[in-house]
Write a protein that binds this ligand. Sequence first.
Ligand code: SF4
Length: 447
Amino acid sequence: MLGVLRQAGYPITSDPARAEILIVNTCGFIAKAKEEAIGVLLDAARYKTEGVCRSLIAAGCLVQRYADALREEMPEVDAFIGVTEYPRIADLVASVTAARLNGELTPDGIRAPTITAVSPATASTPVFECAPDTPRITTHPGAFAYIRIADGCDNRCSYCAIPSIRGPFRSRSMDSVLDESARRVDDGVKELVYIAQDVTRFSMKDGDPIARSRLALLLQRAARLPGEPWVRALYCHPARVTDDLLDTLANTPGVCPYLDVPLQHVDRDVLRRMNRWGDPDSILRLLEKARGLGLTLRTTFLVGFPGEDESAFRRLYAFAEAFGFDRMGAFAFSPEDGTPARDMPDAVPEEAAAERLDALMRLQRSVSLSRNKSRVGSLEDVLVERIVPHQGGQRGVIYEGRSKREAPESDGVVRVRSAEPLALGGIARVKITRARHYDLEGEAVSI
Ligand code: SF4
């Protein structure tokens, strides 16, 4: 959206106090995300009465899901744009501006009628990509870029609203992803992070043999692009993690040896109710194979799902304790409109789910520390991303970055002390000297 707006000639600021038009991109897949999005929209609306802001636009998944209700309940918002309409953002901004200039907006900025651009995602809706002539403007610091390789999902996990928001699974072509990847590397990006609701289905059609992963092929080709970027894939579905994908992750220079595989649970009955793949044995076989190849493992669990009794939760906890994931995230079940799980019997009380979530995350804190400790003394390549502001008594300059074993934003960082200046966006050789619960510390060494 930023690239489309820049191309249309709009100057862009990240300071909401200076913006005449505020665009809030929302998430809407669980209750907490919806609450946060609405809170941010209400905060943003204050700038219309207290600052230079003239128009407020809500974009994204919350809008895609609840446009009608939002239009009713949030008169502060002047326009709504859903996930399939992002390429039209500049037109929408022009319409909002024209409506204001034509006097269709009241003096306090609250207008009628609201402008809405929302259409459902279907099997023929293209996956939104940054067109070759559109500049790509990232909102996060660092030397990485997310690249969406597919959108939508057909997996129909019983708790999940995402298929109803993002539509059925659609994939970009290998060439389109590689072209965009090459452009990002030309722009100076050092790490390409491929994302989708299910990256393991990339470029696969119904009936294709699962055993040959097109994602593996994409990773191999991307790692050979001029500039030799690091390449990472996030959100693998466990049913489609093939041997050739594991081999590619483990043995391809440039490809991060990192498997992010959300499992959601390990109890067989809970998994069936979730409409998810696997059972304790098949999950353990997959994880041991991946660990045997030296991959860093990240997963996500969902606790408090209807029917998860104490013993099912204890099985999950014992599994997480015994296996010791390098990284683990967890969520409490959120009953979502339009999903089968919303009306399932044997609901778990919210307090019990919150306690289970807390217990699991406390366990992971100590597991993470011990996994990090096993790296002390090792020499690792670190992508240097920022300078840590100077603190009193500090010797040398401290930088922050990540090795191939840390995904951006969701994992910890490596803090690197260096006597010599390090280039931001460059790779430094680092001796790991200290483990914290989630982060690591090290010293840069001469290559
Ligand atoms: S695979 Fe992920 S996005 Fe798809 S339905 Fe399941 S939880 Fe939702």
